[in-house]
Design a protein around this ligand. Structure first.
Ligand SMILES: [Zn+2]
Ligand SMILES: [Zn+2]
Length: 357
């Protein structure tokens, strides 16, 4: 034992140079650890990229982090949200309350926020049960959801308090940030309205490098593959192809050749093109595996998820993660169908798929 005094852990705020800082805002009980909230200095006051999870400790970290950057919540001018997920948009409402800052988001994700605020738990459960049953989930998997549905407990969904944004982030447009040159790049895939933000300014550490820096949200992370499932839209006609969107969005980002990537999780990194190459190869391999499985026998999306390779055996994958896994299988399947490599077997119920070539 040492007799070192107990100190409260200071937020590890990082100065990225050129009027950009990051604040690691914790995500409670989540292996991801934290969201990197970025602070961009502008002539109208500091602007945030994302806000972090809605939790008292996370809020404290954000407040202390802003102080360490030499500013405060009350000084904030605006909030740019990369996408609607709660680890990015959770604290936006509180930030706006305390500062009067505007909140901007792409319209497709604003629509998700609007829908989540309007729907209640029962509607959501009914949607989820229907979706899982259609994917071929066994009765014992949907039983707890059906029991909760029959139990009749309504009420708000966890995202019901999420802030409705004040303005749209328009794809390809320069954002109205006095003194800065920041362009919105629409990168659907992880969510329908995900955006990356391209700082078209000289990177302070790299002299004349023209590529600037890219706030990549969850789209491009240094060592994790973002989750790509189906867009959760009860009104969808089933024609969307989130994985196809994601792969297109990756190619768009690689074309920007940013000198540095500032992601929302993990750490800042260089080599965006190489990382895009790895992610593209990862999905190509996954698609090839799925085609091989479907060439062997007809499978429902659920059976396909069971047969796919995961980071642990299927039996050990917990309930909620199985729902995520089946969504990922469906996204890959949807893409294969779009490419003409797989098709639904006519008359099958729940629908099974087979390889076409
Ligand atoms: Zn996300
Ligand atoms: Zn995230």
């Amino acid at each position: 034992m040492t007799d070192a005094p107990q100190v409260t852990e200071e937020p590890r705020v990082r100065d990225h140079g050129g009027g950009i800082w990051s604040i690691p805002v914790p995500i409670p009980d989540n292996p991801l650890g934290h969201t990197l909230v970025y602070v961009i200095e502008t002539d109208a006051g500091p602007v945030l990229v994302d806000t972090g999870w809605d939790d008292p400790a996370s809020w404290r970290t954000l407040v202390e982090g802003l102080a360490a950057c030499g500013t405060s919540v009350g000084d904030l001018h605006g909030v740019l949200v990369t996408h609607h997920h709660p680890d990015h948009h959770g604290l936006s409402a509180r930030v706006r309350e305390e500062s009067g800052a505007w909140i901007a988001m792409h319209a497709a994700d604003a629509a998700v926020v609007r829908r989540t605020r309007a729907s209640d738990r029962r509607e959501w459960l009914a949607y989820l049960v229907g979706k899982l049953a259609a994917a071929g989930a066994p009765e014992d998997h949907t039983a707890p959801l059906r029991a909760a549905l029959e139990g009749g407990r309504g009420g708000a969904l966890p995202g019901a308090r999420a802030a409705l944004p004040d303005r749209d982030i328009e794809p390809d447009a320069l954002l109205a940030l006095p003194g800065r040159r920041l362009r919105a790049i629409w990168t659907p895939g992880h969510t329908p309205g995900h955006v990356c933000l391209h700082l078209e300014e000289r990177h302070p550490a790299q002299g004349a490098s023209p590529g600037g820096r890219l706030f990549s949200g969850d789209h491009l992370l240094p060592a994790i593959t973002p989750h790509i499932g189906l867009y959760e839209d009860p009104d969808s006609d089933g024609s969307t192809d989130p994985l196809g969107d994601y792969l297109d969005s990756l190619a768009r980002i690689a074309g920007l050749r940013p000198a540095e990537v500032l992601p929302a999780h993990q750490y800042a990194f260089t080599g965006a093109r190489a990382r895009v190459g790895e992610l593209t190869a990862h999905h190509a391999e996954r698609l090839a595996d799925l085609r091989a499985l479907l060439a062997r026998r007809d499978l429902t999306p659920w059976q396909l998820a069971e047969a796919m390779r995961w980071n642990r055996p299927w039996e050990q994958i917990p309930f909620a993660s199985r729902n995520i896994a089946v969504a990922e299988a469906e996204a890959h399947l949807r893409h294969l169908v779009g490419l003409g490599h797989a098709e639904a077997v006519p008359g099958s119920d729940p629908v099974t798929y087979r390889a076409t070539d």
